[in-house]
Design a protein around this ligand. Structure first.
Ligand SMILES: Nc1ncnc2c1ncn2[C@@H]1O[C@H](COP(=O)(O)OP(=O)(O)OP(=O)(O)O)[C@@H](O)[C@H]1O
Ligand SMILES: [Mg+2]
Length: 599
């Protein structure tokens, strides 16, 4: 038990390595700023020590009182010392905050750049609230640790050393007496450290809870209102808030607990020194001035010594954030571009699955030994029951995941060996729920292809049957789409994403048809736009609409991660007891119902 506690309070070797890494990655780049801060700190330490040293002369000069010139000189010296200290403090915090702010922003950029490299799998494993917290908070921990390390080990250490030197020179024996209480102080602080670590980790996780509840509130506000979930959400939020509050209190108490320990010990030390010095003064004549300087030095050493004793508590509380930050930066990339990746040449756009097997988790395979060709310039419809692996097929095609077995090639090139950029340049994707980014309608279409001209954007909108409704919006193309397109209807959003794909004009088109039914007119507009979009492209569509399936050149029926049937509609209907035929007949009895069950 005792050992366990001891290990707990230790800043582990790993933590030390992290601090070294933090300093190495950040300190060098900001070396000049830190040099400035350190020089200022040396000035602070020197002027603090000098202010104690000068006390001896102050007392001697004022006691004697006959050498007025000497008094003026000493008064001037005191003024200079304090002015120096004042300005050094200013420059210290000036340089330190500059460096600190720059580190925070650099770390945040670094974290985000790393997140952008991660594959989709990473985002499914990590809660967005947790990522949010890491990007916003953890960089600050990094900064606070560097600040603590620099200020404590430069300013405070030098101040204490300088003052100790003054004490030693003024009175050696008294210094030894004062120092004897030091180790007791450090012991007191260590005990407090035991609990800080665990508490900080919990505080951060409850903070993540608050963010999560808030996110769910904004995203799910319609469901919350419709099902009267306000009270339930409020309760969850209250719990998260209370957790944060309780933990913040405990941490504050612990951090403050070093106060009484240090004050008591300091009080004892100073009282002892006073007793001893009183005794010395009665024994020896003319030591008053010396003792005055000594006691001043002792009093001035107290604050920096307290911070030195406290430094581990502070580092410990910041360490949680730093650990979390590096954890995130160090997550291996789930999907990487191959070392000698080449740009994809895509003259025809034939996609082939070769013995492809895939599992999201361990070896729970959701696709088994798939061999399939998507012919160039034709439309292939993927149909099949829910969970049969249709979306997984297109995830693999877009290389959001890599197959566990086999490979996928486009015009003979394994997509694992081509650059991400070129692969994605040849693909466009129109998803089930169209995601729109903050910004104008125009921007949302234009992001389909970098460098598209205004004419091209408008032409794309026209062929996506979107131009007309866009013109009717309050500010036309410049209308803001609102938070994730909140200002637009479902059908309008779909047409915007068709326009985006239209503009991209890629060889291969991947369509995840929306399941939600639209009114007949909207449906017809989208149908018409899609007909134009798919013309001449290799199109893979996860089809929910019968009209789409009927238009397809090839139908692939999936079931339980397998290809059950494939062929033209005519061929599939000819199979007795065929799955497609079954679905088709069901659909006749129950027109729409069947399709919805099927997909
Ligand atoms: N990110 C994931 N992690 C783990 N399992 C997943 C993940 N995504 C899908 N699955 C599982 O993989 C299987 C195939 O899912 P997939 O999304 O490909 O089905 P689908 O045919 O597109 O279904 P639907 O028509 O309902 O969209 C399902 O059993 C599903 O539970
Ligand atoms: Mg799906």
């Amino acid at each position: 038990m005792a050992r366990k506690v001891k290990e707990h309070i230790k800043i582990t070797a790993r933590d030390k390595a992290l601090i070294v890494r933090l300093l190495r990655e950040n300190f060098r780049k900001h070396a000049l700023l830190y040099l400035g801060a350190m020089i200022s700190m040396l000035f602070i330490a020197a002027s603090t020590s000098a202010s104690a040293w000068v006390m001896k002369d102050v007392v001697e000069a004022t006691l004697r009182g006959h050498d007025f010139q000497m008094i003026l000189f000493i008064a001037g010296a005191v003024a200079v010392i304090f002015i120096t200290k004042g300005f050094s403090s200013f420059f210290q915090s000036f340089f330190l905050t500059r460096a600190g702010n720059s580190i925070v922003s650099e770390q945040q950029r670094k974290i985000y750049a790393r997140l952008m490299q991660q594959g989709v799998g990473f985002y499914q494993k990590n809660a967005s609230s947790d990522l949010l917290l890491r990007v916003t908070q953890n960089a600050n921990s990094a900064r606070s640790i560097i600040d603590t390390v620099v200020t404590t080990f430069v300013r405070d250490l030098f101040s204490v050393s300088g003052l100790l030197l003054v004490m030693l020179v003024q009175n050696f024996r008294l210094t030894i007496v004062a120092l004897m209480l030091g180790p007791v102080a450090f012991l007191g602080v260590r005990i407090i450290l035991q609990r800080v670590r665990g508490l900080m980790a919990k505080e951060l996780s409850s903070l993540a809870d608050i963010i999560k509840v808030m996110q769910e509130t904004t995203i799910g506000i319609r469901v919350i209102k419709a099902f009267s979930l306000e009270d339930r959400m409020q309760q969850r939020m209250n719990k998260a808030i209370t957790d944060v509050q309780r933990r913040a209190n405990s941490i504050a108490t612990l951090e403050a607990a070093t106060g009484p320990v240090m004050e008591t010990l300091a009080g004892l030390a100073i009282a002892t020194v006073i007793v001893f010095s009183g005794y010395m003064a009665s024994q020896q004549k003319g030591v008053e001035a010396q003792l005055m300087a000594f006691i001043t030095a002792l009093l001035l050493a107290y604050e920096p010594a307290k911070r030195l004793a406290n430094v581990r508590v502070k580092i410990e509380s910041g360490m949680i954030g730093v650990r979390m930050m590096f954890e995130l930066i160090d997550v291996p990339l789930s999907l990487q571009e191959s070392k000698n990746a080449e740009p994809l040449a895509c003259p025809r756009g034939v996609i082939r699955f070769n013995n492809v097997g895939f599992a999201y988790i361990d070896d729970r395979y959701v696709l088994k030994n798939i061999n399939l060709t998507f012919p160039a310039g034709k439309m292939t419809a993927l149909v099949g029951p829910s969970g049969s692996g249709k979306s997984t097929m297109i995830n693999l095609m877009m290389r959001l995941y890599d197959p566990k077995e086999g490979f996928i090639d486009i015009d003979g090139q394994d997509i694992k060996n081509v650059t991400f950029q070129s692969l994605r340049d040849h693909l466009s994707y129109v998803g089930q729920d169209t995601f729109l980014f903050e910004g104008s309608v125009y921007d949302n279409i234009a992001m389909g292809r970098a460098g598209a001209t205004e004419e091209e954007v408008r032409a794309a909108a026209v062929s996506a049957n979107a131009h007309e409704f866009i013109e009717k919006l309050p500010q036309g193309y410049q209308t803001n789409v609102g938070d994730n397109g909140g200002n637009l209807s479902g059908g309008q959003k779909q047409r915007l994403s068709i326009a985006r794909a239209m503009l991209r004009n890629s060889k291969i088109l991947i369509l995840d048809e929306a399941t939600s039914a639209l009114d007949a007119q909207s449906e017809a507009l989208i149908r018409d736009a899609l007909d134009r979009l798919t013309k001449g492209r290799t199109t893979i569509v996860i089809a929910h609409r019968l009209s789409t399936i009927a238009n397809a050149d090839k139908i692939v029926v999936m079931k339980e991660g397998d290809i059950w049937e494939e062929g033209t509609e005519e061929e599939l209907l000819a199979i007795d007891d065929g799955l497609y035929r079954e679905l088709y007949e069901l659909q006749f009895q129950n027109s729409r119902q069947a399709l919805e069950n099927m997909s």
